[in-house]
Design a protein around this ligand. Sequence first.
Ligand code: ADP
Ligand code: MG
Ligand code: MG
Length: 880
Amino acid sequence: SKRVWLFEEANATMRDELGGKGANLAEMSNIGLPVPPGFTITTDTCIAYNKSDGQFPEGLLDEIKTALAAVEAKTGKKLGDPANPLLVSVRSGAKFSMPGMMDTVLNLGLNDETAEALIKLTGNARFVYDSYRRFLMMLSDVAYSDGTNKLAKHDFEHIFYDLKKELGVTEDLDVTADQLKGLCETYKTYIKQQSGKDFPQDPFVQLQDGVEAVFKSWFNDRAKLYRQREKISDDLGTAVNIQSMVFGNQGEDCGTGVAFTRDASNGNNEIFGEYLMNAQGEDVVAGVRTPMPISELKTQNPEIYQEFADICHRLEQHYKDMQDIEFTIEHNKLYILQCRSGKRTGPSAVKIAVDLVNEGLISKEVALARINPELLDQCLHPIIKPGFKYNVLAKGLPAGPGAATGIAVFDAQRAADLGKGGEGKKVILVRADTSPDDLKGMLAAEGVLTERGGMTSHAALVARGFGIPTVAGCSDITVTDRQFVAKGGQVIKEGDYISLNGAFGEVIEGQVQVVDPELTGEFGTLLQWADETRRLGIRTNADTPEDVALAIKLGAEGVGLCRTEHMFFAEERRPVVQAMILAATEEERNAKLAELLPFQREDFKGIFEALGSRPATIRLIDPPLHEFLPSLQTLIEEVATLKAKGTTGAELEAKEKLLSQVESMHEINPMMGLRGCRLSIVFPGIVEMQTRAILEGAIAAKKAGADPHPEIMIPLVGHVNELKAVRSNLERVAKLVVEESGETIDYMFGTMIEIPRAALTSDQIAEEAEFFSFGTNDLTQMTFGFSRDDSDKFLKPYIAQKILPGDPFEAIDQTGVGQLMKISVELAKKVRPNIKLGICGEHGGEPSSIAFCHEIGLNYVSCSPYRVPIARLAAAQANL
Ligand code: ADP
Ligand code: MG
Ligand code: MG
């Protein structure tokens, strides 16, 4: 099949074969924009090349020569012609844009002879040697550098830098033609020295080497890493674009630049970008010279600016989206070298999509479909003031979005003392890694930075749940005692200001200006469209009235998971909870439960009031009881310390007693031990109290004007008899409470489907449950037999080696875990067609999992408050 396509033979639909850059170059030249002529080698050719272990595909060079002849005819120049030489660029370009990840060579075709010819033609020796030195550097960097022989770009830049120093100049433009000619000679000698070979003078050898280098660059380290992060397949391959050169480095009426048709950070409908006069290619982005804002061009050269603005408009109308455009000006003539749909922040994506609908360019459906729901995250958290310039010290994983500024503090207790709820200072908690004990410090901090841990680490999960800006797994820093060292050597000590840009994983020196995002305006409009489009309901996982209120503000239609045990963690309740757990007699336990009842009643009343008439699924106590007690390890250490200090008597005895009690409760595998409904059967008092608290809370809320709908959820059921036993006991309590009050309360009992056996016997279970909620965290854990807390060590290599396509705790494993869910839904609906079905695992806020929940017919998904808008959009996309 055809491997080489002239621009005029192709179009924008051919991204798979020609990559985004190639397909768009073709499209643009066909709609009559000023694009220098060229052609594209297909992505398949790249794949074939890499599979064949680096054999240049047979016949490819001939096909290239045929296409080249067409370009030569159009330009009137010839590659290698000693009188009128054609120069070309060799540019990579994959289906999905990977900016700067793969290689580009400019000015190919230059050799000693064609350089002379070009000087004669242009009368501009400086331009020619400037182009030549760039070409020597670029082709060596991509084709002849093997990582050890010092032929990388920066090695050449170093030589150039030394030359400038020697000449006593700082600007590239101050280096004369002769000096650049000398530099080219130095480069050639250097290349020979390092590689043992002369730099090729034959343009066809140059071309073949350049094309092979681009093929190979598909598998360079940064491209591989980028694909991994962006979830782009390694199998796609890159296309190669060969395009006749135009020159922005021929003098002051020449230049090059990059611009977005709208502002990529806030979406404003203004051309936004930068350019440099008398410059080529990477100069703008490389930062060697400070580029000028595109608005300058308006005053500097109004005609070119107007032409460019018209092209921007045309491209937007044509592609119906904001475009990112690369251009070059050669002697006051404008050329377009690339366009693609521009990368943008969440707020910008929302504004542009809504504006494009209002401008009549796209439909609401297209607007909804176009926005990656994850981007909405950036609309919900404080952001760095657009345009604010800052210095990045280190990069880690973007674990919790939002921007934060504060003083670095290195332990949780100090963060709690100094931060929110303490002295009220703004602090950033910096830890090598975090443990659950750090929660207090995290909540008191503006942001959290950890050296270790991934996107699903404790720190990251907690941070996302609470909306704390977090950078995790930041291996660019080394945390030691009360300080960290960044990879650039900067030392940050306790009390020094740092900032985090959570959405991008950036650790920033000093303070940044932070602004609150707007939840109204275009954001509100887009989500309203989403609500009109989706079928799935959206609920939230929330345990406090404040979180419930926040989630409702963000669009939640109820609570899908209220974890009642979180209410046991509060400082003043903990001693009572502990005494209740450790009670020696039934009476003692009931007495402690009676103390807890009013607390829980108030909790529920608050939640029902915040909910108004919206429903709430409330899960009865779930975790193993030892989680509420000091850890065995801590107690062993405490007893040892007391003994070492020579302490005796009551204090030591009490500790030893506690130690032996905790020891007796110790379980080898607590996650599969005495928890969930098993606890309710062994210690029925706890859930009886909770049921009473829920209904008394509901009654109180009803009296205060709310219209509560409690859905009482019994967790960890595997056998229908477990559910039967717990339910009939609790139903008795519920009836009693409601009858006592004289009110009517609309309550139900249901269960969580989180054990494979429950999924497989859902027909039996549905007889006893008025609703199901899929607890996909546990269901994933139990279906795979992976412990969520211990899986980090093997899940990472699993994903790297493609044993699993991704982390099943992030996106539902549809073929396995999802299959169980499907079976469960089918079985349940057979016996109870109107059964209410939802999901409350972490997956409930993840777009691909939401689409799956839509497909299998769940009624709603539930997720943490800050993910509610994401879920609204994802649910709409599932129903488009
Ligand atoms: P990247 O994918 O890194 O952006 P490109 O292939 O777009 O790489 O090339 C980088 C830059 O090189 C372009 O933005 C443009 O300025 C310059 N360039 C590429 N091809 C040509 C050409 N034919 N004429 C002039 N400049 C070019
Ligand atoms: Mg480019
Ligand atoms: Mg569970």
